[in-house]
Design a protein around this ligand. Structure first.
Ligand code: UD1
Ligand code: CA
Length: 457
């Protein structure tokens, strides 16, 4: 679609969302609604995308950044008025694709069909329409007896007879720019909502002698999101699309209805995703993994052959063949190398864990560097915080840390060292040493008998 210019209307408040944020920045499958529409227009090959912003414009601009150009609509006087404020940015002639920011399910492929239909039919205006069971709330497409489109009537302005029409306006159109300019001059706000309707341009262009057509498409892609309930409905459809895409690529998803994968997530073939997983952001998961049940993975990279269950992984990198969980909490900024085992009730933060190390249960590792083949005993912890500052703990290769050990930072444990169970280590341990940092055990023989004799037990 070389040379195509697209306008996306996104200045409205979205009252029915009952939100302090503009409607179009609400997310569907982890991506703001407006971005879905912009990406579809980009994929289609739009040369230029103009987004009309108004209500809390800065929030919309924050989402889209430099990806698009902006037109500013100070007062939201209607969809026709919104196009008027973008008029100056349009080329002299040619066609313009007009979209709205609240239809995240639209795909580049449908838009491509719409534009091609417009060109093939030699239309002046082509409306993307749909025939639906319940048309309530939508503008209706009025056709004459021979089926030619005459105009669009808004729900609030429709007669009872017009309301019985099931073909609806998606608010997506291709229009001839010269004719659109002429029509915009003649739009009034003399209607039920006192707004300048873009839909009126359609009837006006017809009266000017333009050829109007409608390209009918299934409802799924044109569903508008106006309320939180519709947001959920769109989310449901988008999640299913994403899950099916992964399944087509060779990923097993046991139950897509309870698996939530964001748009940009990548997953390798033969990985199995068990129910209850929420996989977000720019996460990449390798092949032959088993993830879940019930994991939350955000902006993380996981290698091949990993097994992760009932765990949370945030902004971290995990190597190959790592076994994790149940109930591990991998907080941000960790690098976990290959063949590491992280067991139940383990929390790791801002740390490096090298190849083959095992942290099987009840351990906290923070601000630490753990070498290769280290064994962290049950209940061993890094004491990285002195109440004011964080300090580092460095553990060499092949170190054996016994159960219930406190490693008080800053401290360094040399390669091949052993730390006796129950130790509190406050000084560096040299390579190959055994460190014991606890009181010796004392057995007081006959103590119980003694007490009984004194009548104190
Ligand atoms: C619009 C159409 C209706 C169609 C429906 C499909 C009009 C008059 N009606 O109605 O025929 O069936 O979409 O979903 O066009 N906007 C602005 N500035 C404004 C007003 C709206 O930028 O002054 C933007 C909104 O942010 C939104 C889009 O235009 O993204 C549509 O506006 P909305 O108020 O949701 O229109 P609908 O009532 O849904
Ligand atoms: Ca709408």
């Amino acid at each position: 679609m070389e040379g195509l210019v697209t306008i996306i209307l996104a200045a409205g408040l979205g009252k029915r969302m009952k939100s302090k944020h503009p409607k179009v920045v609400h997310k569907v499958a982890g991506k703001p609604m407006i971005e879905w529409v912009v990406d579809a227009a980009k994929e289609l090959g739009s040369r230029e995308i103009i987004v009309v912003v108004g209500h809390r414009a800065e929030e919309v601009k924050e989402v889209l950044g430099e990806k698009v150009r902006y037109a500013y609509q100070e007062m939201q006087l209607g969809t026709g008025h919104a196009v008027m404020v973008a008029e100056d940015l349009l080329p002299e002639e040619g066609i313009v694709l007009i979209l709205t920011g609240d239809t995240p399910l639209i795909t580049a492929s449908t838009l491509n069909n719409l534009v091609n239909f417009h060109i093939k039919e030699n239309n002046t205006v082509t409306i993307l329409s749909s025939v639906v069971e319940d048309p309530t709330g939508y503008g209706r497409i009025l056709r004459d007896k021979s089926g030619n489109v005459i105009k669009i009537v808004e729900d609030k302005d429709a007669t009872e007879l017009e309301k019985s029409i099931h073909e609806i306006n998606s608010a997506m159109y291709v229009m001839d720019i010269v004719m659109l300019r002429e029509a915009l001059k003649n739009i009034t706000n003399d209607n039920a909502q006192g707004e300048y309707y873009l839909t009126d341009a359609v009837g006006i262009i017809r009266q000017m002698g333009g050829k109007i057509g409608a390209y009918v498409t299934p409802y799924e892609e044109i569903m508008g999101v106006n309320s939180r309930i519709q947001l959920f409905e769109a989310e449901k459809i988008m999640r299913r699309r994403i899950n099916y895409k992964h399944m087509k690529n060779g990923v097993t998803i046991i139950d897509p209805d309870v698996t939530y994968i964001d748009a940009e997530v990548e997953i390798g073939a033969d990985t199995i995703i068990l129910p209850g997983c929420v996989i977000e952001g720019k996460t990449k998961i390798g092949s032959d993994c088993e993830i879940g049940p019930n994991c939350r993975i955000v902006d993380s990279e996981i290698g091949n052959g990993c097994n992760v269950m009932y765990s949370v992984i945030l902004s971290s990198k995990v190597g190959n063949n790592v076994k994790m969980g149940p109930f591990a909490h991998i907080r941000p900024d960790n690098v976990i190398y290959d063949n590491v085992k992280i067991g139940d009730f383990v929390e790791i933060k801002k740390s490096i864990v090298k190849e083959g190390s095992k942290i099987p249960h009840l351990t906290y590792v923070g601000d630490a560097e753990i070498g290769k083949n280290v064994n962290m005993g049950c209940g061993s912890i890094t004491v990285n915080y002195d109440g004011k500052q964080k300090h580092k703990i460095i553990i060499g290769d092949n170190v054996f840390v016994g159960c219930n050990v406190n490693l008080v930072a800053p401290v360094k444990i040399g390669d091949n060292a052993y730390i006796a169970a129950g130790s509190t280590i406050t000084e560096d341990v040299p390579e190959g040493a055994l460190a014991i940092g606890r009181n010796r055990q004392v057995n007081k023989e006959g103590w119980v008998q003694e007490r009984i004799k004194k009548g104190r037990l």
